[in-house]
Write a protein that binds this ligand. Structure first.
Ligand SMILES: Cc1cc2nc3c(=O)[nH]c(=O)nc-3n(C[C@H](O)[C@H](O)[C@H](O)COP(=O)(O)O)c2cc1C
Length: 383
């Protein structure tokens, strides 16, 4: 996420770092271009079909951009998908529910990429059993690629390179029309989708979403989980193209001025911590609509299905020109979140037997670059 001048001024209240923004040539070199390469490389220069498909699948949305997927290609025409265990988020996602949703997003893109090339991706989920209560070393999925002349390409695939989680503030003068919400929701296959653009309901949901966000960032262990994953500036992002990326000359200036140390970000009494609050709140406050996704059960297969549907919604929103951004805090299953977890379920009329899997804001945001990705080679596991 590149931090713009306006947001930067919000952070420090002016002064110090504006000088850094005028760095000319230096400023122009601050974009972490190498970390965005996988968006250009997708589908290019790979002779092995499986690698070609993977080069699209790694562009899937996933929690904190941890990219936990690992593919084993030791059997020809087959892919076995694993989750890299140290890329999970045990504080905010103690049962690996969100990580599994991200793996579902990955499988949906893989299947769409396969269809594009005339192959059916025959996916067997958790072939050695569903790991509970957390994922383990067993495979997440086994995929066999079967040539199928009758398979239809999915029109949503056309959006794969433009899809974003748009985390910027949205235009407060532009509501999201009901027709757009209907169009987006219709992309889901199995999950139950609901949405609202009703101003009073949206206002109430913004408050709940922010209270949950605030709870996450004021609970020391969940705050630390995020801060540990912050990558500040081009060098750090290119070295580790994942996590929470903060880029651009302004942010690098702030960092050089010593205002973005991990220690300052963890200290809730510091100026750095306090001044980021309005910056984090503005995106929530500018939500113009919300959309959420529920499943009847909460098995690993249900979570994968939720992920497959979530990315379909995200791709459909891209096609409709609407920005989308998950706000997952109130869905998180750690103790301090419990009251807001229950309040959000009540506000969204989630029944006792249902699981709220995704909650996202919608609106119209500025164009943003593709988020960093580890290159496909780094996500292939040798036997
Ligand atoms: C299950 C799930 C939960 C997510 N929750 C959040 C969230 O709470 N806040 C947020 O900013 N992004 C959230 N995201 C979006 C990811 O941060 C995003 O996909 C990742 O940074 C990669 O960026 P991209 O989607 O633009 O490629 C979530 C994504 C998934 C799949």
């Amino acid at each position: 996420m590149a931090v713009t001048r306006r947001r930067f001024i919000n952070i420090v209240g002016g002064g110090v770092v504006l000088a850094a923004a005028s760095g000319g040539l230096w400023a122009a070199t601050r974009d972490p271009l190498a970390a965005r390469r996988p968006w250009q490389d997708a589908g290019q220069g790979e002779t092995d079909l499986r690698r070609r498909l993977l080069s699209f699948a790694i562009l899937a949305p996933n929690p904190h951009n941890r990219q936990p997927w690992l593919a084993n290609l030791s059997t020809s025409d087959e892919i076995t998908l694993y989750c890299q265990s140290d890329r999970r988020l045990p504080q905010t996602d103690p049962y690996d529910r969100q990580i599994t949703i991200g793996l579902g997003c990955f499988l949906e893109l893989l299947a769409q990429a396969a269809a594009e090339e005339g192959y059916h991706a025959e996916i067997t989920l958790f072939p050695e059993g569903e790991p509970q209560p957390r994922l383990d070393a067993r495979p997440v999925a086994h995929i066999r690629l079967v040539q199928d002349d009758a398979i239809k390409a999915d029109p949503l695939f056309a959006q794969v390179l433009s899809r974003r989680s748009n985390k910027e503030p949205y235009d407060t003068a532009r509501p999201v029309a009901a027709g757009k919400l209907v169009e987006i929701a219709s992309a889901a296959r199995t999950a139950s989708i609901a949405y609202t653009n009703d101003p009073a309901r949206v206002a109430a949901l913004r408050r709940l979403a922010w209270d949950a966000y605030h709870t996450e960032i004021t609970t020391p262990r969940t705050l630390k989980e995020s801060i540990d994953l912050v990558r500040v500036g081009r060098t750090a992002i290119e070295a580790n193209p994942d996590g929470i990326d903060l880029s651009g000359p302004l942010i690098e200036g702030l960092s050089m001025a010593g205002l973005l140390s991990r220690q300052a970000m963890l200290d809730q009494t510091s100026t750095a911590f306090q001044q980021q609050i309005p910056v984090l709140k503005e995106p929530v406050d500018t939500a113009r609509a919300f959309l959420w996704l529920k499943t009847a059960g909460n098995s690993r297969a249900d979570q994968i299905a939720a992920g497959r549907d979530y990315i379909r919604l995200n791709l459909a929103a891209t096609a409709a020109g609407v920005s989308m951004h998950p706000l997952s805090q109130a869905l998180q299953e750690f103790a301090e979140m419990r009251p807001l977890f229950l309040a959000m379920r009540e506000a969204l009329v989630v029944r006792d037997n249902e699981t709220l899997q995704m909650f996202a804001r919608l609106g119209y945001g500025p164009a943003v670059e593709g988020a960093p990705r580890w290159p496909v080679d780094t996500r292939i596991r040798s036997v």
